[in-house]
Design a protein around this ligand. Structure first.
Ligand SMILES: [Zn+2]
Length: 480
C-alpha cells in the first residue's frame, strides 16, 4: 500500500489482472478453507512445517493479539509470541527493542450535524494526524484532486474526500491531506473503498508525524455518502481526537540460521507482524510463512544450506508508515546490507477470492462483494534482476496461479519501507502479494484465510528459496 502510483500505469495493471482472471487457469486452486480449524497449539498440531493446519494455526494465534499497533500492548505480546515460535523452530533468536515516535491514540468521536441534530458516525482516525476538537461546515471535494481542492473555498471547512484504493491497495489521494491543510481546511473525512460501511485505515508515505497539521478520519463508504449529502445541504461536523506523538518502544524479532559457509552472503526473509485490527491476511499470513519457512530450513542439514539465512519480524508498517518496516534493521546493519544476496518480503499470502464492486456513487451504498472460487490474483514485485522472475515463476505457476509480474521495485512497489527500501539499496528483492476488499478492515479475520491456499503460497516461496540458496551473487544479479 501507500505508494504513489501514476494512474495510467495502474489502470493498465488492473486491466491486465482482469484479463488474467478471465483466462481461467486456476484449476488447482479450487480447494476451499475446509480444514481451517487448527485449534490452539496445545491441540496436537501436524509437525510438517508446510502443513495447512499448522500454518493456519499460526494465523489464528497471531490474530488473537489485536490491534497490533506499533508500541501498544498487544503488539508487545505478539513480539514475544513470534520470538518463541522462531526459537522453537531452532533459530538463534533475539528481540531488538528500539525507540520511535509513537502515536498515542486514546479516544476519538465524530458527530454529523444535520438540522442542528448531532448524530454519531463511526470512524477511525488517519494515523498520526493532529489531535484536537472542532466543528466546521462540510465541503465535498470529490476525489480530492488539486483541481477539486482549488475549485472551492475550503478555508475553515471540513473537507469530504471520496477516496479509492486501486487494487484495494494504492490510495488515490496521497497528497490531498497536506494540500487541503495548506489551503486552510481544518479537518478531513475520507473513505477508502472497503465494502458495506467498513472502515479501511490507510497510511500515507507523506506522514509528517508531529508536523501533520489537521485531524483526519477514515469513514465507511455509506457514512461518507451521508456526509456528501450533508455537505450539499449545508450540514456541519464535529470531531474530537485525543491523540499525540510520544516517545515509544517497538521491537524487531531476529532469527539467525547459519549456513555451512560454502557461499558468502545472507538471505533475509521478512514479514511485518503489526496490524490495524486482527490482521489475518495482513499480515498473519506472512508471519505464518516466516515461521513455516524458518522451521523448514532449520530442519535441513547445514550442508543443505550453503549460506546464512535471517528471519526478521518487523512492526510499524501499517500504523507508523513509512518509519517502520526494515528501517531500524537497516540503520543498525549497514555493513551486513552489502552482504545481502536476497530480500524476500512475505505479505498477504492467502485469501478467499473476492471482488468488491465500487464506484463513486450509489453502488457503494450497496456494498456488493462477490466471492469466487480460486485464488485471489497476485502481483510479483521484484527488482530488475531477471533471475528472480525466472526462478520464482515456475513455482508460482505450480502453486498459486493468476500472477502478474512487475519488475518495478523500488520505483513502483507495494511497500516503500520493506522491499522498496531494500531495492533502493540495490538488494535483489521479491514480494509476491495481493489484497482483498476486506484487508485493513475489522473483517480481515482468520476465518477468511483458506489454509490450503496458504500452504501452497508458502511452498512456492520455499521452492524459490531452495533454488536461490546455492546461486552465486553473480548469478542472482546477472542482467541476463
Ligand atoms: Zn501488509
Amino acid at each position: 500500500m501507500n505508494t504513489v502510483f501514476t494512474l495510467p500505469r495502474i489502470f493498465a495493471l488492473s486491466l491486465l489482472l482482469s484479463l488474467l482472471a478471465g483466462c481461467g487457469g486456476d484449476s488447482q486452486s479450487q480447494s476451499a478453507g475446509g480444514d481451517n480449524d487448527g485449534g490452539g497449539s496445545d491441540v496436537l498440531l501436524p509437525t510438517e512445517p508446510m502443513h495447512p493446519v499448522r500454518l493456519h494455526n499460526w494465523v489464528q494465534e497471531l490474530t488473537s493479539y489485536e490491534p497490533r499497533w506499533a508500541g501498544y500492548p498487544e503488539e508487545r505480546l505478539a513480539t514475544e509470541w513470534l520470538a518463541k515460535a522462531l526459537e522453537d523452530a531452532g533459530l538463534e533468536t533475539e528481540i531488538d527493542p528500539y525507540s520511535f515516535r509513537k502515536w498515542q491514540l486514546d479516544d476519538w468521536q465524530v458527530q454529523l450535524i444535520e438540522d442542528g441534530v448531532p448524530v454519531e458516525i463511526d470512524s477511525f482516525p488517519v494515523w498520526s494526524t493532529r489531535g484536537g476538537t472542532g466543528t466546521a461546515e462540510l465541503v465535498d471535494v470529490g476525489l480530492g484532486t488539486e483541481l477539486e481542492l482549488m475549485a472551492r473555498d475550503i478555508s475553515g471547512k471540513a473537507v469530504v474526500v471520496t477516496g479509492r484504493a486501486l487494487l484495494n491497495v494504492f490510495a488515490t489521494y496521497p497528497n490531498t491531506y497536506h494540500r487541503a491543510a495548506e489551503l486552510g481546511a481544518v479537518a478531513m473525512f475520507v473513505s477508502s473503498d472497503a465494502p458495506d460501511n467498513l472502515i479501511r485505515p490507510t497510511s500515507s508515505g507523506s506522514n509528517l508525524l508531529d508536523d501533520n497539521a489537521i485531524p483526519a478520519f477514515q469513514l465507511g463508504a455509506q457514512d461518507l455518502a451521508r456526509l456528501r449529502r450533508a455537505a450539499r445541504d449545508g450540514g456541519s461536523i464535529s470531531w474530537q481526537l485525543d491523540a499525540r506523538h510520544v516517545n515509544g518502544t517497538t521491537h524487531d524479532v531476529i532469527g539467525r540460521l547459519p549456513g555451512s559457509g560454502e557461499l558468502s552472503g545472507t538471505i533475509l526473509v521478512t514479514a511485518h507482524y503489526d496490524a490495524w485490527f486482527a490482521g489475518a491476511l495482513d499480515n498473519a499470513t506472512g508471519v505464518a510463512g516466516l515461521i513455516g519457512l524458518a522451521e523448514y530450513f532449520a530442519a535441513l542439514t547445514q550442508a543443505e544450506r550453503p549460506r546464512d539465512m535471517l528471519f526478521l519480524g518487523v512492526t510499524g508498517h501499517d500504523a507508523g508508515y513509512p518509519y517502520g518496516g526494515v528501517n531500524q534493521w537497516l540503520e543498525k546493519n549497514q555493513h551486513p546490507v552489502d552482504e545481502l544476496e536476497l530480500f524476500m518480503n512475505l505479505d498477504h499470502l492467502a485469501a478467499k477470492g473476492e471482488e468488491h464492486l465500487g464506484t463513486t456513487g450509489i453502488i457503494d451504498m450497496l456494498g456488493l462483494v462477490l466471492e469466487r472460487p480460486g485464488d485471489e490474483e497476485r502481483a510479483l514485485f521484484t527488482t530488475a534482476h531477471p533471475a528472480l522472475i525466472r526462478k520464482f515463476m515456475p513455482h508460482i505457476l505450480k502453486f498459486t496461479p493468476l500472477t502478474v509480474v512487475l519488475p518495478t521495485v523500488p520505483s513502483v512497489t507495494a511497500n516503500g519501507d520493506l522491499e522498496g527500501a531494500m531495492g533502493e539499496l540495490g538488494v535483489p528483492s521479491v514480494n509476491l502479494t495481493m489484497a482483498t476488499p476486506h484487508y485493513h478492515t475489522e473483517e480481515d479475520t482468520a476465518d477468511r484465510i483458506p489454509a490450503e491456499q496458504l500452504s501452497r503460497a508458502v511452498k512456492a516461496h520455499r521452492d524459490f528459496l531452495l533454488d536461490v540458496l546455492p546461486m552465486t551473487r553473480g548469478q542472482i544479479r546477472s542482467p541476463l
